[in-house]
Design a protein around this ligand. Sequence first.
Ligand code: ZN
Length: 410
Amino acid sequence: MTSQNLFYIIISILVIDFLIDKYLDFINAKHFDDEIPKILNDVYDEEAYLKSQHYKKENFKFSSVISIFSFLLTLAFFFFDGFAYVDQLARSLSNDTILITLIFFGIIMLGSDILTTPIAYYQTFVIEEKYGFNKTSKKLFFIDKIKGWLLLIILGGGILALIVWFYQQTGNNFWIYTWVFMAIFSIFMTMFYSSLIVPLFNKQTPLEDGELKTELEKFAKKIGFNLDKIFVIDGSKRSTKANAYFTGFGKKKRIVLYDTLINDLETDEIVAVLAHEVGHYKKKHVVFNMVSSILLTGFTLYLLSFFIDSQLLANALSVSEPSFHIGLIAFGVLYSPISEITGLIMNYFSRKFEYQADNYAKQYFGAAPLISSLKKLSKNSLSNLTPHKAYVFMHYSHPTLLQRVESLLK
Ligand SMILES: [Zn+2]
């Protein structure tokens, strides 16, 4: 194969991926005005329904414009040898391989951040603001940004430097060392994410005494779950949207409830949400996700090891000397059809797990309060109640509200 052919394979993958994505967005948008299924009739009143229609359409338009723009920009970057240019720039600043890699990705990240920050700003302060979701101040927005950058530089930069070092020391066997390191790191992160990373952005407090705690205690006792693992997080400082999640395992497991969730829902609805989260724990979903992501990482790294030093990949991006960073970029695109498929499989399992957690809540607490909590949460986030099947299959990590309510009523 010539490097030119490979270049066009890379471009084709980018184009096909973009077209599939836009097609799905388009057919999904065509169903925005579908009639709401009967059993979801009580989710929206007339006014909220209209508001949700506007919200969906505005987001669709905005994201269409942005994705077309960023697709064209990506193509231009490939056609005008952008990576070769950044590679040269990084090489002119240092002779050290690790530093060159760090500078290379630093420039790429900085460039993409300069482009995406105004988009995020518009989304938060124009769209979300208009529909009453936004609670973020401009100061908080930029503080978050800076914290995110520091985290990326320290953690991301550190890990990248280590991987390149593995590569320098062990050649193509680097994938084994990287895999072992990544496995240990992801187990560590699953355990300590809540106590190390979350506090940088949010406050988590144990549940306060009161009716809610009493009711949650009653339920927790019945199913044998330790209530001091339940925390309330101050999500309300950024958005009115509500959420709850289960994280960690062993002694480090915890259920996190957003303060917005506690504000929006009645006590029995919150217990139902808690029951759903406990369901994730009892059915070992966190462990499954962690093990499958470790296996997937190993598979990806193993494949990467065949491509990383390829002269052909480097030439395809108009770079004469193969390097870890150029190999990684080209491999990233070539691998994306496979990662689309693994993403689909992970989404499939994720939706299955949501049903299992719902069933757990139904069995140990009751279907009715969970149904009414799901409906309220959908209403308060102006959710799309009529997404297209294909769109759900490709993108949804949770079943649709209709599917969940139908399954709970069974
Ligand atoms: Zn869930």
